[in-house]
Design a protein around this ligand. Sequence first.
Ligand code: BGC
Length: 776
Amino acid sequence: MLNYDAGQGEWSNWLVTETGFDPAHQGKGEAVLSIGNGYMGLRSATDENYVGQVRNWFVAGTFNKFDEHEVTELPNAADVTELSITLNGETFSLEKGRTISYSRQLNLKNGELTRNVVWQSPTGESFELQFRRFVSLSNRHLVGSSVSIKPLDGQARVHIASGINGQWTNSGAQHFTEGEKRIFEKTYIQMTSTTTQSVVDFVTNTVHHWQLNGAKVEPELRQTMGRRKVGIEGTVTVEAGQSVTLEKISNVHTSRDLVYNNGGYSLEQMRESALTELKQESQKGYDQLFRESANAWADTWSTYNIEVDSTSGYDQLAIRFAIYHLVIMTPAHDNRMGIGAKGLSGEGYKGHSFWDTEIFILPFFIYSNPKIARSLLEYRYQGLDGARSKAKENGFEGAMYPWEAAWIEDGEVTPVWGDVDIVTGEQTKIWSGFIEQHITSDIAYAVWHYVQSTGDEAFMDQYGYEIIFDTATFWASRLEWDENKGRYHINEVVGPDEYKEHVDNNAFTNHMAHFNMELAIQYYEKLQQEKPELLKALSAKLDLTSAREAWNKLDQMYLPGPNEQGLIPQDDTYLQKKVIDLTPYKNQTKVASIFNDYNLDQVGEMQISKQADIMMLFFLLENKFEPDIKRANYDYYEEKTLHDSSLSLSTHSILASDFGNRPLAYDLFRRASEIDLGPHMHSSDAGIHSASLGGIWECVVMGFAGVRMLDGQLHLDPKLPESWSSLKFPLYWQNQLLHITITAEGILIESDAEEEISLLLSGQQVTFSKRFQTLV
Ligand code: BGC
């Protein structure tokens, strides 16, 4: 079980604690307590091995395709965390002997994972073991770990086998060919390996330091080398009450690292520089390296900190937890990389990026660290060629973004086959890669959202216009003329609600495609007026004269609107489908329980939604719909929505805030936060839920505080949950940092800059410089 209130004083609402070890529930702690820095993610498998454990170490962007029948994925790198500990001949294992006490803790404030165990071996001898681990935020290649062992009853021979182990796979797929293994100076251990298809070289180094009661000690040492394995075995005799500590400092470098992007790469040189770095860094020792990383965390928190005064301390912790993971999942150092749907915390979704990034995570960065938002959009710009190839292969023009994206040149990487079909026993076909096309306009929307909020014109000139123009061109070529109705349709798609496949005129898809084309026309006209030279250059590249003509099709496009009951049909057939009693599935303890009774084809014939669909439209294009229409549709569709995607609850919470239903908004926020932190012990097995964590931030800032960018203006319309007495958060608007404090008594906005700030506060225009305060 996880516990959230162990932190006292300085650590209050900063600690996530696992209170016991259960071999059946290892996935939960491994993912939720995972550590990383955006360059790498280290899943928190315990040091010692257990059946059912998933030991993962991913380096962002190092995608490899196992064979032609599979899609590319992040390969599971050679491991440095595994320890085999033998105490007076008994292998340390929590499945043997007696666990007298156990606690494992992730400190969100400084990024350290610790575990304290008192264990009695099967022969009745007791030991105290303390494990520590961190991934450095100050040196992105570095991992530190340490174990201290104290025999409590008598002298003990402590034996530890450690090193680098390249035998790990991605669920059986081995992505590496073995390179060279080497132990330098009987001390520095190195392994090289290369991904089989993408030919990315990895160099992994590790070094061990032993101490007895704080003083350096030389263990009896044996060097070991096996297949895909290199390491050491050390033995130390420890008296009762003494403590032996093994510190292990490791690093990893790959040929995909940005420094090698412009050529000049050689494996030899990378081996040498990685080893030199390890030698220098490891001299500092665990404590100092950890302090350096903790300082970097302190800086990070000063950028992102949100403070909440709630009757439940859990709310504060849940927000910190979300931000912690948003930081460690994001490859902010490299604009050739995106964010995985499970971050870097598990094999789920293979490290691929979805619309999750642009719609659920990007707002966090737009409003709290716009530089990183830019880098994430640059990643999409670099994916344009892949998007153009996808359009061409499908008979369209312009840029059709892949539903799932990996390395910038890969194009579409969505797997084709998924889970079992309980009726036929075959694998269910995944249609998203072929026909879930709204990702293309989601990316255009994100570009617009970014530039409207930051004013980053340079980004638009270099990247943004091209994305918006070429995605609009895709949509213009994608529209289908309906002779009977005399209008353009978009047929045969999957909308956000993935329980409806091959539908015509999914409202979200049509409206967002229309928005994308409308945006292109507006920007085209703007460039005609303001930057004709740039327009000329872009025209030469993208044939904008005929594209501009094609975008006009939007005038004849079908945009699903409210029927007589005020309901917007989710697609052409949704509202005619059968309605069944969903109560048992709405009360499910595990998502997707509907598939215990029906297959996807059957679910497709009923009014059942996986996740927010039209609700997403209301959130993204909120000006286009009347409040009473939004409300009526919310009530109708929510009843039919199983929230089987982790992307669903946060959007519903934000809309509930918009409706002014504070208890509902808060309840949905809590439920969203429990997707990873809640009592369900398997929900995070494949990794944490990136979009849901971005959604937590959205619930708070865009929902409770009511922050929105509408018509290029900043809006603030706070509706704090009844149990919150204050909310304080940083917010970037047009390159200026604001500090916003909302309490029951009023609102305080402080700005670091001299310039005037203008915004709409609960609908009223206010303009100020430096400081604005209002009482309610
Ligand atoms: C959801 C998608 C989402 C994907 C990755 C799916 O289950 O339906 O909307 O993009 O997961 O998180």
